[in-house]
Each structure stands twice: as C-alpha cells, then as structure tokens.
Design a protein around this ligand. Structure first.
Ligand SMILES: NC(=O)c1ccc[n+]([C@@H]2O[C@H](COP(=O)([O-])OP(=O)(O)OC[C@H]3O[C@@H](n4cnc5c(N)ncnc54)[C@H](O)[C@@H]3O)[C@@H](O)[C@H]2O)c1
Length: 320
C-alpha cells in the first residue's frame, strides 16, 4: 500500500517563497539545457464540449531523483461558475519504484512557477533599471507576473490593458493599493509603446499586440500562448533576441508557432541561465521570451515543496 503525502493549496502557499521558487526554476532551466533532466512529450488537447484545454506535463529530474506529472488545463468558462479557469494537480512518483508519493494542489504552483519563469527571463533580458511595465490581460497570470517582476526591478508604473474594462479596472485598483502608479490603457498599443517590460497573459487566439510597437530597449515576456492555435503577439518586426523555454514546445504551442524558423531563435532560456549564451548585451536591443511552461518548472518546485513538507512534518498522509 502506497503512503501519499497530500499538500493542499494553503500548505503549499505557506511552504513557498518567491525567491526560492525563482532559484529553483532557474536551476531547472540550466539543468535541462545541460541534459541533466528529461521533459516528456506533453499533451495539450481541446475539449470542445466544455470549452476546455486538457493538459499533461511530465518530466524527470535525474539529480534530484524526482519524477512526476501535472495534469489539468484551462477551462475557459469556469469564471462564469466562480472558479478559476486554470485547474491543475501534481503527482510525484518514487523514481526507484514508481509508487505515488505526493499529491499537490497545482493551481498556486502553476501561478508561481510561471511568474518565476517570467522573472528569470526578465532578469537576463530586460533592462536592469526597468521602471515601467505593461500587463496585457488582467487575470491570475497578470497578477503573478507582476509580483515576480517586483522582486527584481525598481518598478514605478504599471499600465494594464484587458479585453474587459472591469477586470482591468480591478487590477489597476489593486496595484495602486500596493503604492505603485497604475493606469488602464484604452488600447493595447497605448499600453505597449512606452513600457520597459511588456507581459502578455491572455488566452487569445488572434494577436493583441505587435512587436513593432515595442520601444527601443524593451523586453517582452509572452506568457499566454501555450496551446496550438493561440496567439497574442504579431511578430511584424523581429525583436533583436528571441528566446523561448523549449523550441519543440514554443514552435507548436507557443507564440512562435507558425511565425518563426529555428534559425531566428537566439536561445532557449537554459542556455542563457547556464551561461552558454549571453542575455541582453546593449541598452537598446529589443528582446522577447516565449514561455509555454515546462514540466521541469512544475516538478522542480513540487519536489522542493515536498522535501520541505517532509522536513517540517507538514501535510496529511493517505494510504492508497
Ligand atoms: N506560459 C505558461 O507557462 C503559462 C502558465 C499558466 C497559464 N498560461 C496561459 O496564460 C493565459 C492566461 O492565464 P490566466 O490563468 O491568467 O487566465 P485568466 O482567465 O485568469 O486571465 C486571462 C485575462 O486575459 C483577458 N483576455 C482574454 N482575451 C483577451 C484578449 N483577446 N485581449 C485582451 N485581454 C484578453 C481576460 O479578460 C483576463 O483578464 C492562458 O492562455 C493560460 O493558458 C501560460
């Protein structure tokens, strides 16, 4: 009989802090680029009947001795039922025996590991003195991405554009309460063309912004496209450096699908975190990171939290 440690959302949130998650995700990117971990093919399929996207992402971290999967996805109409559109759960298995060892809520995990990926990319690619950010989309990811960037940059002003005025207005109000300047843009162009960092976090299937709107020195984190057919950004002028998390995913699920050949890609992010290739080299270059979300982000953070829970003797064990 397997003993499974269950870590619910409340405990997960108690056990993580952003700095540790960012370091964990950065290490995971580097290890992957150095073939010290394995990402298995992901499943990302539409469930037309329920306006959902079903996903499985799994991987193996060789040195950490961790293996596991995250499943769930994005159900577009959940907000009408008072639930978050993104839903997921994570299962860790023993790499020695294949037995299940830990079940974690992965809604918070997804938000924080994605914020960490955006922050790691911005750390290497954005201007270090970036002060202005625009958020395209005003949901869970927009909030998480902003929290991540606040750990690294002396941000002063945030501009928000979203499809629904009300959701943008709510986010603007929340940001003001943090003591930052915040304003709502009438058009996506107005949000993008004067910001040091632009973050797209929508589930859009047709472009919301164009790269030709980015100002000199800007960095774009394109976080929303993670499924075949999605698109937030029209690459009408190629940024000087285009970076993704994993070409095989970005070219099928990400912003780069159908828009770019492998030759135009500057790097996968782990090549930059592992110092094989440089990040930003000049103040004026325009950079872009396309994130589709890697299984190693989920697994590395889940394993970190699992270890911490065991050390602190937290969580509930269930006999399966
Ligand atoms: N890269 C990754 O690793 C990763 C991780 C998690 C989520 N995602 C993706 O990020 C996206 C957002 O996720 P979320 O959990 O924040 O969703 P959410 O539903 O909480 O928020 C989405 C926001 O985008 C806005 N929006 C929708 N369509 C728009 C459009 N055409 N133009 C402008 N705004 C629009 C909505 O009004 C809402 O404010 C999804 O596509 C999700 O699959 C990616």
């Amino acid at each position: 009989m397997a003993k499974v440690l269950v870590i619910n959302q409340g405990l997960f949130q108690e056990l993580v802090n952003f700095q540790e998650v960012m370091e964990t995700v950065e290490t995971a990117f580097t290890q992957f680029a150095q073939s010290r971990s394995v990402v298995f093919p992901s499943v990302r399929e539409r469930i037309e009947e329920h306006n959902g996207i079903y996903s499985i992402k799994s991987s193996y971290l060789i040195e950490e001795g961790a293996i596991g999967l995250k499943t769930g996805g994005f159900w577009n109409d959940n907000w009408k039922k008072g639930k978050t559109n993104h839903q997921s759960v994570m299962l860790l298995l023993s790499p020695e025996t294949g037995e299940p060892i830990c079940l974690l809520d992965a809604n918070s995990l997804t938000a924080i590991r994605t914020a960490a990926a955006g922050a790691v990319a911005a750390k290497y690619l954005a201007l270090p003195e970036s002060r202005t950010v625009s958020l395209i989309g005003a949901g869970i990811q927009a909030r998480a991405q902003l929290e991540g960037l606040l750990h690294l940059f002396p941000l002063e002003k945030v501009t928000v554009y979203s499809r629904t005025q009300a959701s943008a207005a709510r986010l603007v109000e929340e940001i003001r309460q943090k003591g930052l300047q915040a304003e709502q843009a009438e058009t996506p162009r107005e949000a993008v063309d004067s910001s040091d960092i632009v973050v797209t976090t929508t589930p859009a299937f047709s472009p919301v912004i164009k790269t030709s709107w980015l100002q000199k020195g800007a960095h774009l984190n394109a976080m929303g496209s993670d499924t075949s057919g999605k698109r937030e950004v029209e690459l009408d002028r190629l940024p000087d450096k285009i970076v993704c998390d994993l070409w095989e995913q970005a070219s099928h699920l990400g912003e780069l699908q159908g828009q770019l050949s492998r030759d135009s890609l500057f790097a996968e992010i782990g090549q930059i975190t592992g110092k094989e290739l440089p990040g930003r080299q000049t103040p004026s270059e325009i950079t872009m990171f396309d994130s589709t979300g890697l299984a190693i982000q989920d697994l590395s953070v889940a394993q970190f939290v699992y270890r911490k829970a065991m050390e602190e003797q937290r969580g509930i064990y269930v006999d399966l």
